[in-house]
Design a protein around this ligand. Structure first.
Ligand code: BGC
Length: 916
């Protein structure tokens, strides 16, 4: 079926492109719920989006037609039996709600789009596809199966060891198959096989949740894997977060879900119209006595190849000694379609060195701190054991430095079966590492026996950023690797030590910067669901969600990420759904916090302060110097104010006028109380005058207008004189710092801070050999208990600033329908070359300053426009493609500010040059 569909697609695409050449206007990248050709989506009313291609400037969509058919054949003849929108006069090309015939579970939808634009119309797009998943609990006939105990070789203890469980089921196809679909929930992780073929490229599937609230299922079209006669479907279950890494350890802190379990439904339709459903139940067979002897995300995986169950997932295997699974309780949550991308091997890295440390022990360097695993080739005798241990750094002795991994053992063990080359990597664990210690390897290991496999969420890389400053480029690269390392179906804090928790505070504004680098829309939308599901009945939201660790400490800055990310998804992707869906929970959280902790209009509850400010001593994790730290009530109240303003904005978007007024009134009261308490009208200082204390009210708009300048002057003094142009903020202040300095007119200071290479700075990390971002500014010297080398939280708003203010690519309207392009003028920075894939298409911004000449190459995607700020004194000084812009109708003069001429441009490519 899938193949047939692809054939038709290719044939149609050929016809389309032949006709398309006439107009030069095309439609591409059709997405359903932001995904290309998704299987098993979790909604009957998906949102559809497309991108327009055009060889002409100023291309705006003026109308569209969408056809959705129940088969590829019908679509090919324009029979929109599910929906024919007919020609609709509208400029909307992203997030259009499907309003055709009601869709039911399992519906298959083939669709295409045609558009009319200001520059001509397109032909029909190439066809695209989506299928609907199982929308109702009653769609599931499958039963949960598992085994609620360990085996003699397992150990359910602090350092648990639990072997993987192998399940198989034979069934028969008596006639040719038309369509076969698998729906699966395998907890914590699963691998799926049909007739010996591994299905899908996903690893560590499915995405983690609080399983008592919701489990996510994955959908696969396995039509091509079916055979006539006997068939076998098989799964392997690993532990993931379901069977937690530290069971029976700190029960108040660590949430446990139980032993691995699975729900699986294979639905087959035969060509003669008959159907068959194979479901998980106690007619399956299982064993835990296979090659994966233990898999623990902190401690590692052990694989004994002498225990391989050869042929277990194909026909004819003797499973008479296998056990009967138990019918077990459901974990408790609803089964929802996974709409965020699966985790995959996203890149491979060749190690750069392999050195013998002592006889039998080797140290391998991947050249890059990364998250994933190592694939190894090895040849030896049955029973030979190779041990791989992982770490981020080395000791002076050349041994692995593992103190910062705390009690995570991060050790994989492979036992050879002998008899030829064996190739192996673990499947149910991942590690955060740059160095690998190899011991017990038979013979001499060579570099090309090993490959690093980078494991992360399969999200498109949407941004590119490069400047004339190599240090900034390296910082960006380090950030890229940390962001990549810390996506695991949820954003986690770190990939290496015994933690790897989805801490909310780490992602507050960082998520905005990340959204330029990766298409993380669906991941963050999923995470907001995790956060919502972790909310207590009274309204409290935890610091870690899913709440695998039980931290309901009640503060503004960590849980408030819930609101900041909904705002980010709206601005960056024009995704309004998170605001609609979570508004009530956010409102409930804010009222809970207000009722419990607001005194005299001040939010008195804080937990983490300005977490991880650069401390006074190289050895400290947290500063003890009160002049570096910012008052908790100040931080909490400023954030509370900011959230009230955002909620007022959300209420306005949702047309809740009354709520909007309430939020606004509360914000007003809070702002007044805040200034009364913390603002010194004589010195223009807030509280103890830290950068964070002054910056939060300034950035959030709490400072009386007439005093803004003076407050900003204090910030400038604090940085330039007090901190010698270095960073002095922690996780909180740093989220607003770079954009704050820029917005108030001192991008040069932001650039100084970004370009430092001595302590404390991101560049210091680089100079000390870091290839990722550290958890601490003094990550090379501070105590190991809290000293990860692969965290994102210290990035603050740095990446957002790179794209919005250095490249000058900023959304002025949700989803970049209007783009503001205003690169900050910075002496000493000669060029920035950046691009970003907006929902509408690619934006390019490449500016250079050379010999007094400013050149700016820009691309604006069709169906959008941009307001660009050109550093010229006169329109007459500006040329595009060698011609004066005043001679063309492509430019609309908007006005000017101190340094720039502001003009509006439509879609297309531009090459501006100005002489100063
Ligand atoms: C985590 C951080 C987290 C913090 C809050 C640390 O151990 O790694 O990322 O936000 O704790 O307490």
């Amino acid at each position: 079926m899938k193949r047939l569909f692809i054939h038709i697609m290719v044939a149609l695409a050929a016809i389309t492109s032949a006709q398309k050449a006439v107009a030069g206007i095309g439609v591409q990248n059709l997405r359903c719920e932001m995904l290309n050709d998704p299987q098993g989506i979790g909604t009957a009313q998906p949102r559809l989006s497309w991108q327009i291609t055009s060889d002409k400037r100023n291309t705006m969509q003026i109308a569209y037609e969408i056809i959705v058919s129940s088969s590829a054949q019908k679509l090919a003849v324009n029979n929109g039996d599910l929906w024919d929108s007919h020609k609709v006069a509208s400029g909307k090309s992203i997030m259009l709600s499907y309003t055709g015939k009601p869709l039911i579970s399992r519906a298959e939808c083939y669709w295409k789009v045609k558009i009319w634009t200001s520059k001509g119309n397109s032909q029909w797009s190439a066809p695209a596809f989506w299928s609907v998943g199982l929308l109702n609990a009653t769609d599931w006939a499958a039963k949960w199966i598992g085994c609620e105990h360990g085996f003699p070789w397992d150990s359910v203890s602090k350092f648990s060891r639990l072997s993987a469980r192998y399940y198989r089921k034979e069934f028969k196809n008596d006639s040719p198959v038309k369509k076969a679909t698998v729906y699966i929930v395998g907890l914590g992780h699963y691998e799926l096989y049909v007739n010996g073929n591994k299905i899908g490229e996903q690893v560590l599937a499915e995405a983690p949740t609080d399983y008592t609230q919701s489990v996510l299922y994955n959908t696969f079209d396995v039509t091509a894997d079916m055979q006539n006669g006997n068939n076998v479907i098989g799964t392997v279950l690993g532990n993931g977060r379901f069977f937690t890494m530290r069971p029976k350890y700190k029960p108040k802190k660590i949430k446990e879900f139980g032993f691995p379990k699975m729900l699986l439904q294979l639905e087959i339709t035969y060509q003669d119209g008959s159907t068959k459903t194979i479901v998980s139940d106690d007619s399956w067979k299982f064993t835990a006595d296979g090659p994966i002897r233990t898999n623990n995300e902190y401690d590692g995986e052990e694989y004994d190849a002498t225990k391989e169950l050869t042929g277990w997932n194909v026909n004819g295997y003797d499973d008479s000694k296998w056990l009967k699974p138990e019918l077990v309780e459901s974990p408790g949550g609803s089964a929802d379609a996974q709409m965020n991308a699966p985790i995959k091997v996203m890149a491979t890295l060749d190690p750069i060195s392999l050195k013998q440390l002592k006889p039998g022990t080797w140290i391998m360097d991947m050249g890059q701190n990364m998250a994933g695993w190592v694939q190894m080739k090895v040849q030896g005798k049955a029973g030979d054991k190779v041990t791989l241990r992982y770490a981020e750094t080395l000791k002076d002795s050349g041994d692995l430095y593992t103190a910062n991994l705390r009690d995570a053992k991060v050790t994989d063990v492979y036992t050879l079966k002998g008899g030829g080359e064996e190739v192996w990597h673990p499947v149910f664990v991942f590690h955060g590492f740059r160095y690998v210690e190899i011991s017990g390897y038979p013979g001499t290991p060579k570099l090309d026996d090993f490959e690093g496999q980078v494991v992360s969420d399969d999200m498109a890389n949407t941004g590119h950023f490069e400047t004339s400053n190599p240090l900034i480029n390296q910082i960006y690269k380090n950030a890229y690797w940390s962001i990549l390392s810390d996506y695991k179906g949820m954003p986690v804090d770190c990939p290496q030590r015994n933690e790897r928790m989805p801490w909310l505070g780490d992602r507050a504004i960082g998520s905005l910067g990340e959204s330029f680098v990766f298409n993380n829309e669906n991941l963050y939308a999923k995470w907001l669901n995790d956060i919502e599901q972790s909310q207590k009945a009274d309204g409290s939201i935890p610091d870690v969600a899913p709440a695998y660790w039980n931290y309901y400490s009640d503060n503004m800055t960590w849980p408030g990420t819930y609101i900041l990310i909904a705002d980010m998804l709206y601005n960056q992707f024009a995704d309004k759904a998170p605001i609609e869906k979570h508004y009530a929970s956010m409102q409930k959280w804010l009222s809970y916090m207000r009722q419990n902790y607001v005194k005299n209009n001040l939010m008195t509850k804080d937990k983490y302060g300005d977490w991880c400010v650069p401390p006074e001593s190289a050895y400290l994790i947290h500063s003890r110097d009160s002049s570096r730290n910012t008052n908790g009530t100040l931080i909490a109240t400023a954030y509370y104010y900011h959230f009230l303003v955002l909620m007022q904005h959300f209420a306005t978007i949702l047309q809740k006028t009354h709520d909007a007024q309430d939020f606004s009134a509360l914000a007003l009261k809070t702002g007044i109380a805040f200034n009364q308490k913390f603002f010194n009208k004589k010195t223009y200082r807030y509280d103890n005058n830290t950068v964070t204390a002054n910056l939060l009210p300034l950035y959030f708009g709490m400072v009386p207008k007439m005093d803004e300048k003076n407050v900003f002057a204090n910030i400038v003094d604090k940085i330039t004189i007090g901190a010698n142009n270095h960073i002095s903020t922690g996780v909180i202040g740093t989220q607003w710092l770079m954009r704050g300095l820029t917005d108030f007119g001192r991008p040069d200071i932001a650039y100084r801070i970004a370009g430092n290479s001595d302590y404390p700075s991101w560049g210091y990390m680089v100079k000390r050999g870091a290839t990722t971002i550290w958890e601490l500014w003094n990550g090379d010297t501070a105590a190991p208990e809290m000293n990860s080398r692969n965290h994102v939280m210290l990035l603050g708003d740095l990446i957002a600033w790179f794209y919005q203010d250095l490249a000058g690519i900023k959304a002025a309207e949700p989803g970049f329908k209007t783009i503001i392009m205003k690169p900050a003028a910075i002496n000493g920075l000669d060029s920035v070359k950046a691009s970003y894939q907006t929902p509408y298409g690619l934006v390019n911004s490449h500016w250079t300053k050379q010999n007094g000449q400013f050149e700016w190459i820009i691309t604006i995607p069709p169906n959008t426009k941009a307001e660009i700020y050109l550093p010229a004194g006169n329109l007459a000084d500006i040329k595009d493609g060698g011609k004066n812009i005043t001679a063309s109708n492509d430019f609309k003069y908007l006005g000017r500010d101190k340094n720039n001429m502001i003009i509006t441009i439509g879609s297309g490519d531009y090459d501006f040059k100005l002489n100063k």
